[in-house]
Design a protein around this ligand. Structure first.
Ligand code: ADP
Ligand code: ADP
Ligand code: MG
Length: 654
């Protein structure tokens, strides 16, 4: 076993690897960027090396700096985590050339699977079923369009260098092909520097089922059963589970055999995942699955496999990379119970899953697993940490395990309901709605499920009068530590305005709310909401919903749903911070990719005005109302959070 390893990653996966290394008595070296100077993974590691500025191109993607850090600290091996350099064969070459061990497959294996088109050709030769489609070299638009017609619509255009669902477009009709192709190419070029694509048959009622494989350096390879990752939005996984619901022994056997065959075809060593697309339109059939791609690394959702097999995959990675044989033969790897993983993201589900940023002023996970289940919270952040625009906005993975699917799903819902995040928009309510969805609960999943139910899954009811009252009360700081004991003292500072009462102004979305909070002699609080609410609520602090007070805001938690109110500073000048209805601001830092309107144009509500590329995704910025454009950002402009992208002429709006 190694004495010391370096982890070339950040966030939850760096923390995850450090934990296992420590268990095995292996010392750890973290690397970090400017933004991560005080990050959790830095604190957890035995040593840490600063490798550059915050953008990934200046830090976590700088292979030479990472190798230098390993050499300087005496680390013998490098664990790449996932993302970043994990599937970069040139980095593997750099690592081995420096006399270090790469904890993962050989550069050759990664190259063989790195490009989806070449991987598909290779798998065809190895006798693994692949999705019907065109994966050739030629890229002329006329040729691609004719291939699409041959394959038969609907088709899927994919970046051959793709990953994370980027550079992918489903096309239902030949008329839309060329526009979709440009979109896929643009996104692929930006994300991977390679705009070549393949075209595939879009599989009917598709389910994403993948098989975890593991190989060693002695030619042996095993599988650790399957994971179902069909719950997706924008081709990105949301909730994963193991085993796949409704899996049949025949399909499991066929998929596992194909996966091991694929791994052996490239002499695979270490942890890998073979992703298959399954046509579930006639139930799960042993001849209706096809190879999609291989991820030559540890996968984000690996914990569900660990939960159902009892195997620590990171431990296996370290053992195999240090020259040991596979810790267990196939016959000793068994499946037990059911596990779910939900990805908690800083994002706005209702706004098309727009990534969000912010400081996690309040962050609380349940302390213990719900009854009859096991729970694992994988996170790389703690309260007070920021979700910056530089990296993936994942906050945590909530992982549960129980004896069967229904019990595990119940445990997931409970875990979500007890999770509290304030300071950034998060997808907790969306995850909870999905976990409660009738089709999902029945195991009737396919990759279109979230899209079909999107409205219901992302709808957040308006806050009730009780919620508003709780927010108003929290805004007085009545619930603050030390204040609860004596409601009179909390409010007494305002006695010269109104005896023992305080007027609170709140804003929720576009709505301004006025509340009057007063302390009652019995120790309870009365909250009077003014029109249009006209409600009176009496609160006992002990039975109030949980709230979090953070600079300028109050968040009220009601199960997995949370409501955030702005509490305007009463001393601030008239509405400086108010939403500028005459302009559109960048919701996050990014690059203005395409501008489709000009100053002087009359535009209608919903009309796309420009495309902002942020966090590697394209976001369409549309007109919020009929108006005339006074000013619009320039194509190619790099904008920061809150920069005005479009200014409308005054007379264009009400
Ligand atoms: P898949 O490649 O099948 O989508 P995963 O979901 O496990 O498998 O991981 C996707 C990859 O893309 C990972 O390497 C992860 O680091 C990266 N990734 C996931 N989400 C994002 C994102 N929002 N922005 C940038 N990279 C991402
Ligand atoms: P990435 O590298 O971005 O993960 P994949 O090839 O793994 O790309 O595809 C991502 C997702 O897109 C899959 O999980 C699946 O939901 C969907 N998908 C991919 N190929 C097909 C297909 N041929 N038919 C239907 N859906 C597909
Ligand atoms: Mg994939």
């Amino acid at each position: 076993m190694f004495g010391k390893i370096l982890i070339a990653n950040r966030g939850e996966i760096a923390c995850r690897v450090i934990r296992t290394a420590r268990k095995l008595g292996v010392r750890t070296v973290a690397v970090y960027s400017d933004a991560d100077a005080r990050a959790l993974h830095v604190e957890m590691a035995d040593e840490a090396v600063h490798i550059g500025a915050s953008p990934v191109g200046e830090s976590y993607l700088r292979g030479e700096r990472i190798v230098a850090a390993a050499l300087a600290t005496g680390a013998e091996a490098i664990h790449p985590g996932y993302g970043f350099l994990s599937e970069n064969p040139d980095f593997v070459d750099q690592v081995t050339a420096a006399g270090l061990v790469f904890i993962g497959p050989s550069a050759g294996s990664i190259r063989a699977m790195g490009l989806k088109d070449a991987a598909k050709r290779l798998m065809e030769t190895a006798g693994v079923p692949v999705v019907p489609g065109y994966h050739g070299e030629a890229q002329e638009i006329v040729l691609l369009a004719s291939k699409a017609r041959e394959i038969g619509y609907p088709v899927l255009i994919k970046a051959r260098a793709g990953g994370g669902g980027k550079g992918m477009r489903r096309v239902d009709h030949p008329d839309d092909f060329s526009e979709a192709l440009s979109g896929a190419r643009r996104e692929a070029k930006a994300a991977f520097g390679d705009d070549r694509v393949l075209v595939e048959k879009y599989v009917d009622k598709p389910r994403h089922i993948e098989v975890q494989v593991f190989g060693d350096n002695f030619g042996d390879a095993v599988h650790l059963f399957e994971r179902d990752c069909s719950a997706q939005r924008r081709h990105q996984k949301v909730i994963e589970e193991a085993p796949a619901p409704g899996m049949t022994p025949a399909l499991r056997k066929a998929m596992a055999e194909a996966a091991v065959k694929a791994a052996k075809a490239i002499n695979y060593s270490g942890a890998g995942t073979i992703e298959f697309i399954v046509d579930a339109s006639q139930g799960l059939k042993a001849d209706r699955f096809w190879f999609m791609e291989m991820n030559t690394r540890l996968q984000v959702e690996h914990p569900v496999t660990e939960m159902v097999t009892g195997v620590d995959l990171v431990e296996w990675q370290l053992r195999v990379a240090s020259g040991e044989k596979l810790p267990k033969p196939q016959a000793e790897i068994a499946l037990s119970g059911h596990a779910f993983e939900a990805r908690l993201y800083a994002e706005d589900a209702a706004k098309g899953f727009l990534p969000a940023t912010g400081t996690l002023h309040h962050l609380k996970f349940p302390d213990a697993a719900p009854q009859s289940a096991a729970m694992r919270i994988e996170t790389g952040v703690r309260a007070g940490d920021a979700i910056s625009p530089f990296y993936d906005p994942m906050i945590a993975k909530l992982v549960v395990h129980a004896k069967d699917r229904a019990t595990a799903l119940g445990a997931l819902r409970e875990t979500l309901a007890l999770t509290e995040v304030a300071g950034s928009t998060v997808n907790t309510a969306f995850l909870a709605a999905l976990a409660a969805d009738a089709d999902f609960a029945a195991g009737d999943v396919d990759t279109g499920l979230i899209g079909r139910h999107q409205g219901a899954l992302t709808a957040i009811p308006a806050p009730s009068d009780e919620t508003i009252a709780a927010a108003a009360l929290a805004a007085t700081d009545a619930g603050a530590p030390g204040a609860a004991a004596d409601p009179w003292s909390t409010l007494s500072g305002y006695a010269h305005f109104h005896p023992l009462a305080r007027r609170i102004r709140l804003r929720h979305g576009e709505e301004n709310i006025l509340a009057r909070v007063s302390a009652r002699p019995d120790g309870r609080f009365q909250v009077v909401l003014e029109a249009p609410h006209d409600a009176v609520n009496t609160h006992d602090l002990r039975t109030m919903p949980h709230t979090a007070r953070w600079p300028g805001h109050v968040t009220v938690f009601e199960g997995a749903v949370s409501y955030t109110f702005t509490v305007p500073d009463p001393l601030a000048k008239a509405d400086e911070a108010g939403p500028a209805s005459g302009s559109l601001r960048a919701p996050m830092p990014g690059l203005v990719k395409l501008v489709r309107a000009a100053a002087g144009d009359a535009v209608i509500k919903g009309q796309p005005l420009l495309i902002l590329e942020a966090m590697k995704m394209e976001h369409v910025i549309a007109a919020p109302h009929d108006s005339v454009i006074a000013e619009i950002a320039a194509e190619g402009a790099q904008v920061s959070d809150g920069t005005v992208l479009v200014r409308f002429a005054e007379d264009g709006q009400g």
